[in-house]
Write a protein that binds this ligand. Sequence first.
Ligand SMILES: [Zn+2]
Ligand SMILES: [Zn+2]
Length: 306
Amino acid sequence: MIMTFLMRGKPARSCFWLLATCYYIFVVELCIFTVQLLEAKVTFLVIFHLLFLLCVWCYLRTVMTPPAVPPEKFRPSESDKQLYLSDERPQVLQEILIRTAKDLPIYTKDPKGDVRYCATCQVLKPDRCHHCPVCNVCILKLDHHCVFLNNCVGFSNYKFFLLCLTYAMLLCIFTSAVSLHFSILFWTHQLPNSPSKVPIIVLFCLTTIFSIILFLFSLGHFELALTNGTSREDNDETAEENNPYNLGFRKNLREVFGNEKKYWFLPIFSSLGDGFSFPMGEATEDKEKNAAIAKPPSESPSQFKL
Ligand SMILES: [Zn+2]
Ligand SMILES: [Zn+2]
């Protein structure tokens, strides 16, 4: 079942084979065939597999955690839904939505100042919730739809995604450093030529490229986590400048990683909140004012990043 999940989608499949190749070169060609010292062999294999297992665990949690969708209370009643479908006058439609949203924690309006409603999911959109055209569902605190994960990254799996990026980056940096060391030994003839030489140099090149890419992605995403932003909101300059959810970097990180330190580095859900209501910064206490600030960017499907 896991394999079926992994093999869905071409980018994910290409990544899988590339990673399998790197795994083989590091474990077999480098550690088993090339490293002579037993202590070095064991140290390399232990560190590599520790990071590898953490990375795979975070990856599977990110991929297999279903995106969080708005709860039932955001769904208009059957009678309101029928009314909404039967009447086409914009004012009447808005009145129905305003009535439904009355007791809900919804402060974000669309650019016209109307309550946001998804006609496909037939649900009122909570703050920071957006419809993903690929998954065809409204997702709480949507960050982006990831083609490599074949899943949406949002409230339910954002922590797992950040950890996956971090462990993947550390794994690549570690592999790159070890393979660089042995590439230099081959290059300077301190190690005799062997069939492992070329694969190890290839491994160094691949993991260095991955390290740089993952470093840049991690930097971008941790910058967002530190300011309590999302990739989606980051594309909207107005929302970025006046981000009402920014609580200061410590609290922002706790929103994603939770209060219990023992869970910070493990892909166990510990994010704070419910995904549909969010504390706002002290500087912007007036939620109505925030509502005007926190306009969502247009619902264009152009947010498909990593
Ligand atoms: Zn929707
Ligand atoms: Zn999606």
